[in-house]
Design a protein around this ligand. Structure first.
Ligand SMILES: *Cc1c(COP(=O)(O)O)cnc(C)c1O
Length: 434
């Protein structure tokens, strides 16, 4: 079967995410037969560099031998068992290791990022209720923030294209200005702008803390907003404000956790510990759907009682799936064995160098970089810029998907020098033709 065969069958039967299906008549999806390291290979044998890590989930390449081996080993033991009334070694070990890494001792699992957001929101509300403060029902998040697309998560998301149609179904939540440094005045530093943004958060909390359960933010990088980056002082100060006003801090590290921002968790760069930490995407190296909400002792204690109704009764059928937990343990082993954070630091320096001509290009604005994420905005772009850039890059062997007029690179950590060069060269070529 060739690309063409799969494309026509796919078009009749598969409804794609985040896609107007009619547009696929002009821009068909890429039929992927297999993967190898940072590469995707189609049914006609052509290769494409996966510059977005398959929607930000892949860390150590496709068909990684070490992760494959862990999953195969687990397949021979137990593929799945319910986690209500049962437990197993992979979920215990993973929970212990995540607790050591985060300082948050209690791990609650689900399958997708959006479910982790739902869990954190529900837990926060339920905590205050168990503590005798049932009026704390509100949530505050950042402008342009993204926390997933189920109804609760969408309520705290601020992306009009995803949200506006469903407004009648959503809970009201409040948004305050984002510390995204692109919005700073020309002579204002990222840090000064973060201080200005946090002042608005403080105004909100000073007025509404009595009815607010939690603040939810994407630490350091707002991914879906187009890789908006901000100064860590915002998070340090936010932690202080949450303590002062008795509001929970939910850190949504679904996209930025697992080394993406240059530290294992982004919160480390602000030297803070959130009340809830949401993880998914990279947690299994991009292999299997798994998400996790890590909660502090104080949160956990509010649910621990004789009464069933005081407990957190939320569940998903695949909660704590053993195969996914084994993939996650293999990922943590690779971090340890290969000293990945240090290796990434060297790779990041090199790729930033290689992007020198891109950063200096006259069509490029706001070139920015945090850890293993690079982004820039393109001036003078057509309304079809993202589509056109994607297609032209694909023709040159690069799979990349701009968000609006923002081009970003979020490569798997196994990326090598020659592959970094390809990303930089193709991008520079395409900028010359704009
Ligand atoms: C992707 C993402 C989510 C949602 O995760 P899904 O697995 O797609 O439901 C939530 N928050 C952030 C910051 C994300 O990037």
């Amino acid at each position: 079967m060739s690309n063409a065969d799969w494309l026509s069958r796919s078009h009749t039967a598969v409804w794609h995410p985040c896609t107007q299906m009619k547009h696929l008549e002009q821009i068909p999806p890429l039929p992927v037969a297999r993967g190898e390291g940072a590469w995707l290979i189609d049914y006609d044998g052509r290769r494409y560099l996966d510059a977005t890590s398959s929607w930000w989930v892949n860390l150590f390449g496709h068909a990684n031998p070490r992760i494959n081996a862990a999953i195969v080993d687990q397949l021979g033991r137990i593929e799945h068992v319910m986690l209500a009334g049962c437990t197993h070694a992979p979920v215990v070990e993973l929970s212990e290791r995540l607790a050591r890494l985060s300082g948050l001792s209690h791990a609650f699992y689900a399958s997708d990022g959006a479910s982790a957001t739902e869990i954190a929101l529900k837990m926060s509300f339920h905590f205050w209720r168990n503590r005798g403060r049932p009026h704390k029902t509100g949530f505050v998040s950042l402008q342009n923030g993204y926390h997933g697309e189920t109804l609760g998560a969408l309520s705290v998301t601020d992306v009009p294209l995803f949200k506006d149609v469903y407004a009648p179904l959503l809970r009201l939540s409040h948004q305050v200005i984002s510390p995204d440094w692109r919005q700073a005045d020309p002579d204002e530093s990222a840090e000064a702008y973060a201080w200005r943004a946090i002042a608005q958060m403080e105004d909100f909390l000073a007025e509404c803390a009595d009815t607010t359960a939690a603040v939810i933010v994407e630490p350091l990088v707002q991914g879906a907003a187009g890789m908006a980056m901000y100064h860590p002082i915002y998070l340090t100060r936010l932690r202080e404000l949450c303590d002062k006003y008795q509001v929970h801090l939910i850190a949504d590290e679904i996209a930025v956790g697992f080394g993406r921002t240059g530290t294992f968790f982004a919160c480390e760069q602000a030297d803070i510990r959130p009340d809830f930490l949401c993880l998914s995407k990279g947690i299994t190296g991009g292999y299997l759907p798994l998400s996790c909400v890590l909660a502090s002792d104080e949160i956990y204690a509010a649910f621990y009682a004789d009464s069933t109704a005081r407990g957190f009764l939320h569940s998903h059928s695949y909660t704590g799936n053993p195969l996914a937990c084994r993939a996650a343990l293999a990922v943590l082993d690779i971090f340890d064995q290969d000293d990945v954070i240090a290796a990434n630091r060297a790779k990041a320096v090199r790729f930033t160098e290689l992007l020198g001509s891109v950063a200096a290009h006259p069509h490029v604005r706001h070139f920015r970089h945090t850890g293993m994420i690079w982004a820039f905005d393109v001036k003078q772009s057509s309304p079809h810029f993202a589509r056109d850039f994607h297609q032209q890059a694909l023709a040159q062997g690069l799979f990349i998907r701009p968000i609006g007029n923002t081009v970003y690179f979020m490569p798997p950590y196994v990326i090598e020098e020659a592959e970094m060069r390809l990303m930089a060269d193709v991008t520079l070529n395409l900028l010359q033709t704009l």
